[in-house]
Write a protein of this length. Structure first.
Length: 237
């Protein structure tokens, strides 16, 4: 459903992405692995329209998203949950959720209200914090809020950039349970994650990004049988 072809993105004279091509299939979790500085966040920002590529194309269900900019990309059904959560700290939980629905028209007020109720059902801790400033939430609660806020846009595909970073093992387990449930409910997900063992529990296909290039693509079994990846990411010998 999401097709990325020969994507090149630069910061000044430095090319962060050097002809990246990959696909994310409908109804699946696709995971991108890679060391720090590999270009993973640059890729996610480019897909979400926050950065404009120098070359290449991004297509979602046949629609060309290349260079549209963030709001238009979001309107087309691609929502990003950024690394380090980035809630609106001086707004309440409820206001953050409403902000996630800014692409919906005023005529959809009833649907927006229903969607908020769904978020409170999926993330019950947020319901108990609905009037609390988002900046005062714990890291795990903020991660749930950014997930819920992205879902308020009714995306076709959800991009998750390092959702486990900085969280305790217990909260990481909870976040991955949520990811698995979202996927079981039909959500297509493109996931950037360093915790390979957790990613293996949810992902259907893996790519390895290194120095701005895709150097591996394969199933979980192929990933676990690749000697180089086993040594680098899975503690193999």
């Amino acid at each position: 459903m999401l097709s990325v072809n020969n994507l090149v993105t630069s910061y000044g004279l430095i090319k962060a992405l050097k002809g990246v091509s990959l696909e994310a299939r409908e109804g699946e979790v696709t995971c991108i692995l890679g060391p720090n500085g590999a270009g993973k966040t640059t890729l996610m920002f480019t897909l979400a329209g926050i950065l404009s590529p120098d070359a290449g194309t991004v297509n979602l269900l046949g629609h060309n998203l290349t260079g549209l900019g963030g709001p238009k990309v979001l309107n087309q059904g691609l929502a990003l949950v950024p690394e380090n959560r980035l809630v609106f700290p001086d707004m309440s939980v409820h206001e953050n959720l409403l902000a996630g629905a800014f692409t919906q028209s005023k005529a959809m007020a009833v649907e927006v209200s229903e969607d908020i109720d769904k978020m409170y059902t999926r993330f019950p801790i947020l319901k108990t914090r609905y009037d609390q400033l988002a900046g005062t939430l714990s890291g795990g609660e903020q991660q749930m809020l950014t997930l819920a806020r992205a879902l308020m846009s009714r995306p076709t595909i959800l991009l998750l950039d390092e959702p486990s970073v900085g969280l305790s093992p217990l909260i990481v387990n909870e976040i991955f349970d949520i990811i698995k449930q979202l996927n079981e409910d039909g959500m297509s997900i493109l996931l950037v994650e360093q915790n390979v063992n957790k990613a293996l529990q949810v992902a259907d296909y893996f790519y390895l990004l290194d120095q701005g290039k895709v150097t591996f693509g394969g199933t979980p079994d192929q990933l676990q049988n690749d000697d180089i990846i086993k040594r680098a990411y899975l503690g193999g010998e």
